[in-house]
Write a protein that binds this ligand. Structure first.
Ligand SMILES: [Zn+2]
Ligand SMILES: [Zn+2]
Length: 652
């Protein structure tokens, strides 16, 4: 698996990477099949016939659930058709479409007879989400000591990068090559260079190598070329700001400033980072006595020596002004109350109903798509109108059946696509005590069933899960590909991190994933209904069982994330709050963080000397370490700051 998109050689996002990693993990997982428990002589006919008919017999359930356990494809499709319609605009955070979706789900819960499970007796659980950061036109950049240079123009000569930190800066300008320190390639732009309080001018990417197989500067760039690596390094060295210029050689496209708003502006690397034009860079370098950008690049690429130097008497000052755009978001929560002693225990069934909204191509396939600025509706039929449809049908089924022993909570989450915001909020402000949640079942992308093959993540998080699914899957006409992992790129993760056994039902990825083509005509509604039938059977059994499933921590195989060489073994929170540090949502079993005693809920304030305020700082700070390094973490727990040494593990 490559860490970079081959098309544009930019690092793919962390969440994106996680989903790819999970998918790769799924293909490594084992098959889970048990002999079919249903005899042909009993009440139910041959399971093979049922499987063919897409029915799901579950005779061991309470009568009403069991009698009508086959879910209908057309009913499933009706929800998908509405939720994924253009009218709902792709259900992006802060849009009218997502409000319509929330109202629709609440109306369905109400019509089914669910009790409201949200704030103040409503179906809604509200929270705030950062939609994006907007660049103010007052943003400025000025230079002194450059004869004949008018003040550079925002958008024409310079532009902050989408991950830029906000704030003002001033300092002498230093050319720092590619801004890379790579001991393993014997390359260091920071050799004998003092950059504290200085404004660095660096080339983008890494020194070009004619050999496409080269590990540094070859066909696939190394992690040293990533913006996050360079920014973290510059920050750690105390730079005041980073000016980035495209290398004039070996790149065919014309020098073009990137549009701030086109990137993921929720990323904030915490240092002013501005792209400047080659023309401006040339003027600065000439004034500073360093010659032309082209000649500097040529020497760097060929000789790979450190050419870093201060630009004589050239100083820069400026301010990046950014406003954070926040919007209210809401989970939709309804409850079917249990009837027995165990009614104060819960099974949570969840699915996210948000998607990418109206946006540029998030996974462009061509230069044309990459350049396309038009917002396209990302209808998100499989992701995740399908899971939401399953959730609604399950709510209707449970509400109309005999009451289960345990209560069942139905939660439609918002903000999943922005980093599990809704499920994190739910787990952080649970409407029912999390300690009383017996299990959490997550439906994310259940609308593209093929060959009756269903992937289920989290099998290892409950001791009884393998047996349970083995018994139920066959009778629902499904073959299960099980994966142990409880941590993954979807809403079950915050529950697993809080000690709840979880299962994530997933019919697999496809080339429409996160693309406008993920639309209703491609949804396999009969398949979705079949998966819903299995979830119904699993939920019914969990709600009725004498004992709750036994929670197990899963040792997850180390995976390379964002090009990191090392692994800490924590699930970082993406929630954008104003508190210092980065909150840890969970700690993976057997990982370095767990061994060091880190706990879910801890906030990492510092990694070694580097301040950490969000997941990007965290990744950047880690990028400087090697497996086996012992790094001192400053961690805030219950208002107290602790120093915790962690021995970093190796990413694969
Ligand atoms: Zn999803
Ligand atoms: Zn998604």
């Amino acid at each position: 698996m490559s860490m970079v998109c081959p098309q544009d050689r930019t690092p793919i996002s962390y969440l994106d990477l996680l989903i790819r990693v999970s998918m790769a993990a799924a293909s490594r997982s084992y098959q889970l099949m048990r002999p079919n428990p249903i005899s042909t002589g009993g009440r139910w006919p041959c399971a093979a016939i049922l499987a063919f008919a897409g029915l799901c017999p579950v005779p061991w359930l309470s009568s009403a659930l069991g009698d009508t356990a086959a879910f209908s494809g057309p009913a499933f499709l009706e929800h998908v058709r509405y939720l994924a319609s253009d009218e709902l605009e792709g259900r992006g955070l802060g849009s009218r479409g997502i409000d319509l979706a929330a109202e629709y789900i609440a109306a369905q819960f109400k019509a089914a007879g669910l009790k409201p499970g949200g704030d103040d007796g409503t179906y809604f659980q509200w929270f705030e989400a950062t939609l994006r950061r907007d660049l103010s036109p007052d943003t400025r950049l000025e230079f002194a000591g450059v004869a004949g240079l008018e003040s550079p123009k925002l958008g024409a000569d310079f532009v902050p990068m989408s991950f830029s930190g906000a704030g003002d800066f001033a300092g002498p300008v230093v050319f720092a090559g590619y801004g890379i320190s790579a001991a393993e390639f014997n390359y260091d732009d920071y050799r004998d260079l003092e950059v504290k309080g200085k404004v660095l001018l660096v080339l983008r990417f890494e020194p070009h190598d004619e050999n496409p197989e080269a590990k540094f500067g070859g066909g696939v760039y190394s992690q040293h070329s990533y913006h996050n690596t360079k920014v973290a390094l510059a920050k750690a060295k105390g730079a005041a700001a980073l000016l980035v210029v495209a290398p004039p050689l070996h790149r065919t496209e014309p020098d073009k400033l990137a549009d701030f708003a086109a990137g993921n502006t929720r990323e904030n690397y915490g240092l002013p980072c501005l792209q400047i034009s080659q023309e401006l860079a040339d003027k600065l370098l000439a004034a500073g006595g360093l010659g032309s950008l082209e000649s500097l690049q040529k020497q760097l690429d060929e000789k790979r020596q450190c050419l870093s130097a201060e630009l004589k008497e050239v100083t820069a000052r400026g301010e990046v002004k950014i406003t954070r755009v926040r919007a209210p978001a809401r989970n939709v929560v309804g409850i079917v109350a249990g009837a027995a002693e165990q009614a104060s225990e819960y099974v949570v069934i969840g699915a996210h109903y948000d998607h990418l909204g109206k946006a540029r191509y998030s996974l462009p396939r061509s230069d044309q798509e990459r350049a396309d600025q038009t917002p396209h509706i990302h209808n998100g039929a499989d992701d995740n109108a399908s899971g939401t449809a399953g959730l609604i049908e399950l709510a209707r089924r449970f509400a109309s059946a005999d009451p289960p022993k345990r209560s069942v909570v139905f939660a439609a989450f918002s903000g999943e696509e922005s980093g599990l915001l809704g499920s994190e909020h739910f787990a952080g402000h649970p409407p029912v005590p999390l300690s009383e949640v017996a299990a959490m079942l997550n439906l994310d992308m259940i609308g593209s069933l093929q060959n009756d093959q269903l992937t289920v993540f989290g099998i290892g998080t409950g001791q009884e899960f393998e047996d349970l699914l083995g018994r139920l899957a066959g009778s629902c006409g499904l073959r299960i590909k099980g994966d142990q992992a409880g941590i993954g790129p979807s809403d079950h993760t915050p529950f697993y991190a809080a000690g709840v056994p979880v299962l994530h039902f997933f019919t697999g990825s496809h080339d429409r994933y996160h693309r406008p083509e993920d639309d209703t005509p491609y949804v396999n509604a009969e398949g979705g209904a079949k998966v819903t039938g299995l979830v119904c059977a699993v939920a019914a059994e969990l709600a009725a069982a004498e004992r709750r499933p036994t929670y197990q921590k899963v040792e997850q195989p180390p995976v390379a994330r964002g090009g990191l060489k090392v692994r800490m073994g924590v699930m970082p929170s993406y929630a954008d709050d104003d508190e210092p540090g980065m909150r840890i949502t969970g700690v993976s079993g057997g990982g370095p963080a767990e061994k060091a005693g880190l706990l879910a809920g801890d906030r990492i304030l510092m990694i070694g000397p580097a301040t950490v305020n969000n997941v990007y700082d965290y990744m950047g700070a880690l990028s400087r370490y090697n497996p086996g390094d012992v790094v001192d973490l400053t961690v805030r727990r219950d208002g107290r700051d602790l120093r915790v040494p962690v021995t970093l593990g190796a990413a694969r």
